[in-house]
Ligand binder design. Structure first.
Ligand SMILES: Cc1ncc(COP(=O)(O)O)c(C=O)c1O
Length: 327
């Protein structure tokens, strides 16, 4: 055995990495790494040191936001949430918010794609392999820009399916931090794929609707109330939060009777006129089946169409977008 496993030289490793070709790398467009001190565009080199506590302890937080037609949408909201996430684990951002924004814009510009997804990680940093955060001299920042894959048009036209998750929810304290401890979220996604549904939704300790793996859920009752689960037990999504603002005028116009954060039971959701999922990548999707129940008339409803149109209009309006220079 000792004969067959060689000790590789630095050059041999670099050479192997540069020759490594895997199909999914074509989606990886650019990465900024504070550890490397710059931006790289070769996917084979997009790596994080294994002694960064992000890797072996999940000691880090992340954010994900998108760039559409060259415009970063709701960047400020995402960075506000990132600042909230780093508070509880007492992580520090290794650069000012202003420099961070410039670094994001430059990484997106180098990615060279008008539509892309940006993931930002603030890690505890390299420093050893224990759980102690104090062995890490400095936090690191990694920004990864990948191709944006939207759901197929049928998902918007025909709707998506939802199942109640059997994975226990995170406690209130951890659910509100967008940390890199996403094992429950991973298992919810696996659960959905294994069951052949689009999404699963967890229930909190009181049996109320909580959230999806990486998305929020909301319902429109038969009396026109737009109801969303209370945010003190789940991650406050930027998409659903923006939509709650955008749809507020629909109460005045009579399209909705109220917009509210409240406890929602699965039975209330089964009986809803509409159920929707909300998330950064896809914006809004209509749920037409939840567990064994057909929702509404089994077709995407009128509120879904209005909500999606409002989001698209918001993105086009340029109210909450930032454009990388040099496009
Ligand atoms: C657990 C969880 N809930 C909800 C969301 C939706 O948030 P947003 O609308 O900001 O994408 C996410 C996003 O990744 C998430 O991870």
């Amino acid at each position: 055995m000792s004969e067959t496993i060689r000790t590789l030289s630095f050059d041999e490793v670099v050479d192997r990495l540069l020759r490594l070709k895997v199909p999914y790398h074509q989606n990886y467009l650019a990465m900024y790494s504070s550890w490397y001190g710059g931006i790289i565009t070769d996917p084979a080199l997009m790596m994080v040191p294994i002694d960064d506590h992000l890797v072996h302890r999940g000691d880090g937080i992340f954010e994900a936001f998108k760039c559409l037609n060259g415009n970063l949408y709701m960047l400020d909201r995402h960075l506000d949430r990132m600042e909230q996430s780093i508070k509880a684990p007492a992580l520090s951002l290794p650069l000012s918010r202003e420099t961070l924004v410039q670094t994001i814009l430059e990484t997106v510009r180098r990615a060279g794609a008008p539509d892309c997804l940006v993931r930002l990680f603030v890690s505890r940093g390299p420093g050893g392999f224990s759980t102690s955060p104090y062995e890490c001299p400095s936090s690191q920042l990694y920004i990864v820009v990948t191709a944006l894959h939207m759901p197929r048009p049928e998902k918007y036209e025909e709707g998506v399916t939802l199942l109640t998750s059997s994975i226990p929810t995170k406690s209130e304290y951890f659910a509100k931090i967008k940390s890199c401890n996403y094992l429950p979220n991973v298992l919810m996604k696996k659960e959905a794929e294994d069951a052949g549904v689009d999404f699963t939704v967890s229930l909190d300790a009181f049996g109320h609707l909580a959230e999806g793996s990486t998305e929020n859920v909301g319902i429109v009752s038969r009396t026109g109330e737009f109801l969303v689960p209370k945010f003190h037990r789940i991650l406050r999504g930027t998409t659903i939060s923006r939509l709650m603002e955008l749809v507020a005028p629909l109460v005045a116009s009579g399209d909705l009777t109220r917009v509210e954060e409240t406890d929602i039971t699965p039975e209330q959701a089964y009986d809803a006129a509409e159920i929707m999922m909300f998330g950064t990548t896809f914006d809004v999707l209509p749920v037409v089946r939840y567990d064994d129940h057909v929702i509404g008339d089994g077709r995407p409803g009128p509120c879904f169409r209005k909500f999606l149109a409002l989001m698209h209009e918001d993105m086009r309006s340029g109210r909450d977008v930032l454009t990388p220079v040099g496009r």
